[in-house]
Write a protein that binds this ligand. Sequence first.
Ligand code: NAD
Length: 294
Amino acid sequence: MKIGFIGLGIMGKPMAKNLIKAGHELTVYDIVSSAVDDVVAAGARRGDSNADVARNSELIITMLPNSPHVKEAVMGENGVLDGVKPGTILVDMSSINPIASKEICAEVEKKGCFMLDAPVSGGEPKAIDGTLAIMVGGKQEVFDKVKDILGVMGASVTRCGNIGAGNTTKLANQIIVAANIAAVGEALVLGKKAGVEPEAIYKAIRGGLAGSTVMDAKAPMMMDGNFKPGFRINLHIKDLNNAIDTGHDVGAPLPLTATVMEMMQWLKSSGHDTEDHSSLVRYYEFLSGTDVRR
Ligand code: NAD
């Protein structure tokens, strides 16, 4: 299948390369032309614009930062909708506001085309390995056409409902991860202040009900003071903003999310927004005047 790939950043670049490895013919574009070089060297055709990518593709994948970038790439000047033929499928794999996904889909369908929202969980290592978790929203018959292609980039590809459902699921994921990291940080700092080593607490409870993938990934980082991303605070702020906006829109108050968001705002104003989100522990360390380093 002729595939277009737009947005060749941390995630998009390895995802596009995996599609080339699987034998697909790719046309690629990024507003930063140097981002394209690596993927062209791996065998892709260099597109001149988002519209040019669309003209040369039956399936177009976008992997962009947030809702305004996807709207610009799809609906903006010389964008995807200026180049598409009826029947083309757009799969937006960016993590954006599900309300924006619905708005973009409405415009895509006016051109006789189809759209899925398909954000991912897993970060750069899983993008490289092709083992992302992909959560998809959109029509079943469109999903069925592209499921195997998405499977080249992911270990799991799950349809969660109609358009917007992929991003709603991703927001649910981001809420649970943020609250879980905050709880781990809060608990380890309590232990330290009360005279119990955070390491001992972690070892004692990780196999019980409190244990989690988040705890196993992030508690060691907190105790090592290793805040190299991983997943950056500023990206998590973007996702929680989208969650809060969506919650307000549909009438689902998110008090826990709002609290963690304000903690992340403190990290941002303290200059830690490019660190891994495990640096949430710094907030508790600041409040209590201690740290949880081993
Ligand atoms: P990134 O900033 O590294 O890459 C985005 C790319 O999009 C950049 O190269 C940028 O130049 C390009 N771009 C922006 N506007 C464009 C336009 N109008 N037309 C063409 N190209 C344009 O971001 P990333 O880390 O690859 O993340 C992409 C998405 O995946 C985000 O929504 C992010 O939240 C999500 N995500 C990231 C991770 C992670 O660990 N980095 C994990 C899961 C999900």
